[in-house]
Design a protein around this ligand. Sequence first.
Ligand code: SF4
Ligand code: SF4
Length: 381
Amino acid sequence: MTTTMDCNLGCYYCYEKRSDEALDVGDADTLVEIARERVGRRGKKSLHIDWYGGEPLMNLAFMERASHALQDFCAAEGILYHASVVSNGTRWPQDVSGFVDRHRIREVQISFDGLKDNHDRRRRYRPVHRTEQDVSSFDQAVSLVDELVRHTRVDLRYNADHGNAGDLAGFVELAIERGWFDGPYRCVLMVAKLSAYSDRSAFLRPHELSAEEFEALQALAERMLPKDARDDQDIVDGFPRPKTSVCGALAPDSAVVGADGLEYRCGLQVGEIHRAVSTFRRGLPLLGESGPGADSAWWDSFDPTRLPTCSRCSFLPVCWGGCPKRHLDADQAGVADEGRYWRTNLPRQVAAGFGETVPDGFAFTEADQFRDDTNVIRREG
Ligand code: SF4
Ligand code: SF4
């Protein structure tokens, strides 16, 4: 649920258009109707809302109204309700505990861009929204996490690029010293690579870490963090399981609600109106085949077993094509990165299943990854 496209910070890498488009308290009833259709009528047992933006807490009026309307709907229908928030950590109310309880928030993601110097320089206040309290976006986010870890799970997202990779060790030390991993709820740290997700963020390419540099950072975090503080997907603890789905964008009962009144399949597409699949706000034109909405059929028919690369790939059962948006965007480099990930990590996972480790530097080759159909047929023959 994208409450607003607006944000009080102007991060240099942000691909959002930071317009003042926002959901209105009057939209809450429409959203309840969508929930009734997709959750209630389909017999689903739970509803999860991820509050997202821009900075979602910049539209508190809508959030309060919609959260309560959706909770009331779920209570009346006997449906479990829970929520999460992705936030920059600078616009939270004083009563953090009350806010978490009131909105049934079971997870909050707060992003960091390095230690104070780097973070404040990269996450600058935009003059249009700056208040007297806004001195350091780093200090505000740190104080919030100090409080949040006492009330709910916290995911610390460390956005890494060339300019702040050197801060990671100091940031992990700070998190350990402040006791963020010792609270009553789990707190995990995930290192994310700042990347160009779409053409809108192509300017990021020169800042991107190479795959090797990024893996070195992940390894550093792995060495320093307590095991419980590592992101689950980074913990190698046994055989990988075959997948049948990789993300909410493919789930028919999942929806990304844009602040512009449009519905998207993937959260990274919000604001790219030609990628919208439908509209939910009355008064907007219906989406047609030639304009917005044209991707709808692509998502419905996405099948990695039919893709030219994935259909020949030995990793298909555990990867399932990776992020579908990369295929939609014809992002060949992104798809190649996925293959590289599995060539290195699948051996580690298989070895861990036997309680073993692989020799340093061992990885599957591209010939292991891509089967030669002629050989397969010959062998079977
Ligand atoms: S590793 Fe690459 S080629 Fe193989 S299934 Fe995943 S995305 Fe497709
Ligand atoms: S399509 Fe890719 S980026 Fe979008 S939600 Fe799925 S995995 Fe994430």
